[in-house]
Design a protein around this ligand. Structure first.
Ligand SMILES: [Zn+2]
Length: 161
């Protein structure tokens, strides 16, 4: 007797690997785990594309939930998540900023001081070595934090000319 190959009886309702452990990630980055922050991360994940502050605000307003974060709170959360490297800021062609979930292989952001474009710094052996070095330096100052995300500033290739 053959069993139907598309039987879902044995499959768990939710695949265990798709949702990142946001509270643990926030904690690891030294950020407070708030309902509003988790909400933003969840909406970002559902969007599958970069969202502007306004688009995110509209999604939040449309939610049937209490204690919805207001515009200012949303903005602060977005900025904080960017600084922590969980989100990244991308300049849209209409010159507005969009926010997207950072990919795991990103180790930092390079921000141009002229055009303010943020470029993700992808994982690289040299960068990892540099971060380890910063961690070692911090330890000599009694700080145990190992930097997990690099925020670099300078002038980008487009603006340098
Ligand atoms: Zn630039």
């Amino acid at each position: 007797m053959a069993y139907p190959s598309d039987s879902t009886a044995m499959k768990p309702a939710h695949p265990p690997h798709t949702e990142p452990d946001w509270p643990a990630l926030l904690h690891a980055k030294g950020l407070r785990v708030t309902q509003a922050t988790l909400l933003v991360l969840e909406l970002m994940q559902q969007a599958h594309s970069a969202l502007s502050h306004e688009e995110l605000e509209r999604l939040v307003i449309a939610l049937d939930a209490s204690n919805k974060p207001d515009r200012v709170t949303l903005y602060r959360i977005l900025e904080r998540l960017c600084q922590a490297g969980l989100l990244r800021k991308v300049r849209h062609s209409d010159r507005s900023w969009r926010f997207a979930l950072a990919q795991e292989q990103e180790t930092g952001n390079f921000e141009c001081t002229e055009c303010h474009e943020l470029t993700p710094l992808e994982a690289d052996e040299k960068l990892s070595e540099a971060m380890a070095l910063i961690g070692t330096y911090l330890k000599t100052k009694g700080q145990q934090a190992v930097p997990s995300f690099l925020n670099a500033q300078g002038v980008c290739a487009k603006c340098v000319n």
